[in-house]
Design a protein around this ligand. Structure first.
Ligand SMILES: NC(=O)c1ccc[n+]([C@@H]2O[C@H](COP(=O)([O-])OP(=O)(O)OC[C@H]3O[C@@H](n4cnc5c(N)ncnc54)[C@H](O)[C@@H]3O)[C@@H](O)[C@H]2O)c1
Length: 321
């Protein structure tokens, strides 16, 4: 099976590549290694992947259709998992352009190359943010996604509808995965867990929006990766071969409680800067994972406390703190 993972130097792409390589599959990875966050972390992930014999890497930007297509033709790719994107809700408020380039133009290129190369299954990352301020919980895949609160969410919603149209017209099997706040070792420096641990360990204040009253369905990286792996060989068989799944823990936790767990594990109290609700932020996420559980072998195996502990172990070791 020739499998391409875009965004392989990113948090989820790295862990997914590692898992597939451990299963003795060949992984062809691409990434533009942009500097949205510390590239040291991306390069470190790449170094680990490059140790594997069955891993091949090229620096390719998905916004360059020619280069992307050439690479896919050269390696006779038949499966694509698109994780490359400009991530982050808050950054999209000040910097919408990279979201357009990677998430809209880049994703259009992924669809075009899938069409040209008769891709057997295109799996792509969407997000829980597409649900906006929906207040029916747990949120299910057919709940409303018409009111994204940020441009980031809007670009991901556009991916879903673009993919649907390609599935409908060209019969490309497409599966969109709505990830819910993924966390774990080698996680992203722009996300809460990373920032909180860093600042608490450095005796600095942590910024807590909405006075800690946000609720998030934190989902551990290994569970997310298992969810992706479980559907690779399960494209939709419908006339329009398109499907969407939540990848969530179905276990919402208030940010205040999440911070308490971090404090307990670090053995240190956080100094908190309480701030008001940030523009574009969703107050609560809580996703039902019934659909993927019924469809594939998806199972949540990691308790949040244990997941945070694994992150902290990695963080202390990596940054020698
Ligand atoms: N981590 C989460 O909690 C979460 C939640 C919902 C959705 N997602 C989505 O999952 C996917 C992976 O997220 P992540 O947390 O691993 O983010 P990440 O930023 O760590 O990984 C994305 C990778 O894609 C690369 N990239 C960005 N634009 C590119 C382009 N134009 N061409 C080639 N490579 C490019 C980046 O360099 C990065 O290595 C993203 O699509 C993100 O929007 C993540």
């Amino acid at each position: 099976m020739k499998l391409l993972i875009t965004g392989c130097c990113g948090f989820i792409g790295f862990h997914l590549s590692k898992k597939l390589l451990n299963k003795n599959l060949s992984v062809i990875g691409i990434d533009n290694i942009n500097n949205y966050y510390d590239t040291r972390l991306k390069k470190e992930r790449l170094l680990i992947l490059k140790k594997e014999k069955k891993f091949l890497f090229a620096k390719v930007d998905i916004s360059n259709l020619n280069l992307l297509n050439k690479y896919i033709v050269k390696h006779k790719i038949k499966y694509i998992i698109n994780l490359a994107a400009q991530a982050g809700v808050r950054y999209s408020i000040l910097n919408p352009k990279p979201y357009f380039e990677s998430n809209v133009l880049g994703f259009y290129n992924i669809l075009e190359t899938s069409r040209k190369n008769k891709i057997k299954h295109l799996i792509f990352a969407s997000t829980s943010s597409v649900y906006g301020d929906n207040n029916k919980f747990p949120i299910q895949e057919d709940d409303n996604t018409d009111k994204p609160l940020s441009f980031y969410a809007a670009t991901k919603k556009s991916n879903e509808v673009f993919a649907y149209s390609y599935s409908n017209i060209y019969k490309i099997p497409c599966t969109g995965l709505r990830f819910f706040t993924v966390y774990g070792p080698m996680g992203r420096p722009d996300m809460a867990l990373f920032k909180f641990c860093k600042n608490i360990l450095m005796n600095k204040r942590i910024n807590v929006f909405n006075n800690g009253n946000h609720t998030r369905d934190f989902t551990y990286i290994n569970d997310v990766v298992d969810g992706i792996v479980s559907i690779i060989k399960k494209p939709s068989k419908k006339r329009t071969p398109f499907q969407i799944f939540n990848i969530s823990s179905n276990n919402p936790i208030k940010l205040k409680k999440f911070i308490n767990m971090i404090e307990k594990l670090l053995g240190k109290k956080a100094k908190i800067n309480n701030l008001k609700l940030q523009k574009g932020d969703v107050i609560k996420t809580h996703g039902s994972n019934k659909k993927i559980k019924n469809f594939a072998s998806f199972k949540i195996k990691t308790e949040t406390f244990d997941g945070i502990n694994s992150f902290i172990d990695w963080y202390k070791n990596f940054y020698k703190r």
